[in-house]
Design a protein around this ligand. Structure first.
Ligand code: F0G
Length: 457
């Protein structure tokens, strides 16, 4: 008999989590204005709000932390991190930042100006925020198929080359760079193929533009290339990663995801002019160039994390867990963005809460229902997160309205996945009784989903 699949690690340290009663959760959720970001973590049983900074570090990462060099300037931790990044990505110039959005802030301060147009594939909300706050436009060129949650495509995060070509033909003089997000978080943690990256590179070359990879989940993307794209089955993850970055000019990185650290990020590039330009903003915003918002010990943990998480076994353990949850959802007929992505399962709220009008935010409503059901915290990736159109100030209902259940790396077991699946089924089974959603009573102008205050209708 063939042995079953099991994790490529064993557990050395545990942290207790707590259950609660429905009554308690009803009170807590009301106090949180029906916004799960406002809940205290102790009010949550299984936390799937994000995979960002919530992973478990390995024994090797904790050990590396003890070697951290906290020198203000020239810390050896920085050079260990820089050498690792250069070895893995091929990029020579590295600027650490305190997290991904800080990398965007520093690099975009140099590159994006009022009137710029930045084409890409479903820019993440902080990426879009850093573009739009500079009075520039984030132009989404994701393939249309990504919007059909039930369509099975191996690389549903891809850029549509025709849309990209059109964007460049129309706006070439205003485009400072193209940005491709791997994996495509907003479209459901969907990967981008190597073939697609090659096509994007060819268009970039034609218009003499540079390409940035928003690389938060670059290693998971490489796993999908290895397991789904012809010609890559015998390549190592590190070889695939190297090839992905060979097609780009630089990267912004939220190290809190595929770096498996709790805080951190960086910019890396092959171009000295980008490095020189970004340097000017790193110092006032983040700190001196050899720490840029990170502790020495965190840079050491990140160097080890990047190495570990560009190994197949670690990625396979992670992605198989997300697949396991998806299989349970399939048993119950719960619709989600298919095929399941790398870091999360994105439940298609508009297919479940069909009676809740879009103006009452179905995905946000489903998020609150799942929390009430079992203390499981997901988050809305939908109409609230989409913010208002900066010009018309209207809600943007054009995209998908999803409940994202994000799986932290190396944290929960498949027993937890079973709890999530059954809780979701219980909500799904009473979907016809859920007729009303939520109403916004207060919101911020940008990135409103973190602080929005809602009322139950
Ligand atoms: N790019 C992508 C694709 C992201 O998913 C994120 C963060 C960022 C950039 C920004 O990085 O948080 O380190 O500043 N995503 C988290 C999430 C918050 O929950 O998906 P950051």
């Amino acid at each position: 008999m063939e042995l079953p699949f099991a994790e490529s690690w064993k557990i050395k340290m545990v942290e207790p989590i707590r259950k609660s009663t429905r009554e308690q959760r009803e009170k807590w959720l009301k106090e949180a204005h029906y916004n799960v970001f406002q809940l205290k973590s102790e009010q949550v049983y299984i936390d799937c709000i994000t995979d960002s900074g919530t992973g478990s570090m390995s024994d090797r990462q904790w050990a590396a932390m003890m070697m951290g060099d906290e020198s203000y300037a020239g810390a050896s931790s920085f050079f260990r991190l820089k050498d690792t990044i250069t070895r893995i990505t091929g990029f020579e110039y590295v600027i650490p930042t305190h997290q991904g959005r800080a990398a965007e802030n520093v690099l975009f301060s140099h590159l994006v100006t009022a009137g710029s147009v930045v084409p890409g594939n479903s820019h993440f909300d902080t990426t879009k925020g850093h573009i739009e706050s500079r009075k520039a436009t984030a132009l989404d060129c994701t393939i249309d198929e990504a919007k059909d949650t039930q369509l099975e495509l191996p690389f549903k995060g891809n850029v549509d080359p025709k849309k990209l070509e059109k964007a460049l033909a129309e706006h070439a003089d205003k485009v400072p760079f193209i940005i491709v997000t791997v994996t495509n978080n907003t479209a459901g943690g969907q990967p981008v193929s190597m073939q697609n990256l090659r096509e994007v590179r060819a268009i970039a070359d034609k218009y003499k533009k540079r390409l940035i990879l928003d690389s938060a989940r670059f290693a998971e993307n490489a796993y999908f290339i290895k397991t789904r794209e012809k010609g890559y089955e015998n390549k190592t993850i590190k070889e695939i990663v190297k090839e992905m970055f060979s097609l780009a000019d630089g990267m912004t990185m939220s190290a809190k995801k595929d770096g498996i650290v709790n805080m951190g990020g960086f910019i890396a590039t092959r171009h000295e002019d980008w490095y020189e330009g970004a340097k000017r903003f790193c110092i006032p915003f983040e700190g001196y160039l050899t720490y840029g918002g990170m502790n020495g010990r965190d840079m050491d943990a990140l160097a080890v994390g990047l190495d570990e998480n560009t190994e197949f076994d670690n990625l396979e353990t992670r992605i198989k867990q997300v697949e396991y949850l998806a299989k349970r959802f399939d048993e119950f007929g719960i619709p989600y963005q298919r095929p399941v992505g790398g870091h999360a399962i994105f439940v298609d709220a508009t297919r479940i809460l069909t009676q809740v009008p879009k103006e009452e935010f179905p995905a946000q409503t489903l998020t609150t229902e799942l929390y009430l059901e079992a203390g499981i915290r997901g988050c809305e990736i939908g109409y609230i997160l989409a913010d208002r159109d900066p010009v018309t100030r209207e809600n943007r209902f054009g995209g998908l309205d999803l409940l994202r259940l994000c799986i932290p790396r190396r944290v929960y077991t498949n027993n937890h996945m079973d709890v999530i699946a059954v809780a979701m089924k219980n909500v799904f089974d009473r979907r016809d009784q859920i007729k009303r959603g939520v109403k916004i009573v207060w919101e911020a102008e940008l990135m409103r989903h973190f602080t929005v205050k809602l009322e139950k209708l």
